[in-house]
Design a protein around this ligand. Sequence first.
Ligand code: GCB
Length: 600
Amino acid sequence: MLYPETNEKRSVISLDGVWSFCLDDGSNGGNINSGFIERNGEMIAVPASYNDQKDDLRFREHCGWAYYSRRFTVPEIYGNERLVLRFDAVTHYAKVYIDGKLVCEHKGGFLPFEIELDGIVTAGKKSLLQVAVNNEVNHSTLPVGNEEGTAFFGSDNAGVPSVEMAKVWRKKRNLPNFDFFNYAGINRSVRIYTTPKDHIDDITIVPDVKGKDGIVRYSVSVSGCSDAVVTILDRDGNEVARASGLEGEIVIKDAKLWNPYPGDPYLYTALVTTESDKYSLRFGIRTVRVEGNRFLINGKPFFFKGFGKHEDSAVHGRGFDLAYDVKDMSLIKWMNANSFRTSHYPYAEEMYDLADEEGIVIIDETPAVGIGAGASQDPYRTFNIREHHEAVIRDLVARDKNHPSVVMWSMANEPDTEHFPLSAREYWTSLYAFTHAQDPQDRPVTFVCCQNNYEADLSTREMDVVCINRYYGWYNLSGDMEAACYAWNIELDFWQKINKPLIITEYGADTLPGFHLTAPEMFSEEFQVMYYDLINREFDKRDFVIGEHPWNFADFNTIQGVYRADGNRKGLLTRDRRPKMAAHYFRKRWAEIPSFGYKK
Ligand code: GCB
């Protein structure tokens, strides 16, 4: 799927701004025709989550439908163009109405969807756009919500069996099976873009390297056009190669490769023109391959220094904020990191563009978090998620396939692979094959495992790279770093025998900025530094540990509960991006660890 672009042939009309908004009172079920929206509308900013924009628990805790509404007019000059309405992300379920007519439904809160406006909107005439948004999470959504009445970190069932408690709860509530706030609404931009009637639908680029040359296999899908010319421009805009045809192979002599930070992330532009349309796509030439227990980028062993992140900031919630994205990129480089995982959902497209530009490597994750955790029945047989999971992977790859920064797909975070190991293995290995088949670049595929009983888990070892989240010294063996390091070594001995590359995708300790101790104990800044320093020394002894991603880049908001004071505090930075001592610690450590060749 192409990102909207303005050029000689195309233009973009932003529908971001202040919309009218209201929460459902439980009586409308996502339908917009009762006059309810007109009677109850109040101002809300788009894009942004609605939860923290008002000073009222009803917005924060809302569960169910909410309604957005605004009017728009497409300028008359676009009367002969194809018009497409694009939502970059609506969380988690959207019903889109134009002039009272349902024109689209979309499930999944983190990927774009589009509506062709031909026959629906007339240029020069005012239209009413209304969006019903549902934020419910359950056993058929990704991320997964709990249906049995137990909140992940909730404490409101004090001593009462949760199933009993659920009966007396008066209001409907979400019980997320994940540790980040269930921010909802129109979280990313809304636009109408124009293209000529005969137009380019999609472009796929598959780069390779042969000796000193770059090889670019491409394909262009079109509607109404019969041919395409692809011109490759270098960074300065000079033509370096050209081909014609809807698919083909282009050789770029003495190509400059896209290299991760602090190397040069060289980007070329593929300028695609047809008889009527034009689109320019930036891409990089690089290779990605797993070999033995190495992860090779451009044929050299790469070491992942970076983070699990979140899209999370005050007021905006999970709403798109370009300034935060730019700032985060700056901080990633300031800490001498080279990578991050889009934990626990696909991020805004703009972030991937920045990563391409800065040479920051991405592990691209779906929103499949919490599958089965704590479930009493086999989730792979009882949850209705497979079809949706495949749709999300298909759309994720279609959206992000051309980004050089994306080097691996993560199908999920922390599914249960331990209690129903055989059906888990069947689910994950078949989805692994499905994901590989979707990707024209055939990047490595994984999911992130958290099972304490890692020997019982038969799925993680089947992935291209083993990714594990572990909290020895925090949730278990709390504060006892000697025991934590011992436990780490027992586990690393196990993975060593599996003989695959391993990335520690999460480890960390909640830390209150400004809380200092001379003898480091939990929650102090000194403890966080000691925790990482001691554990990292163990990782350094193991060649197959090819990456360390402390959890988390920054403090973030989550569901309230006894484990969480003002959110999850495991950030190396505070939520407003100020460094804790551990940020300085990693900045120094990673200055001495090269992106390539750290582990031979
Ligand atoms: C995990 C989860 C992450 C949580 C983290 C924690 O394993 O993947 O979403 O936030 O632990 O801090 O508990």
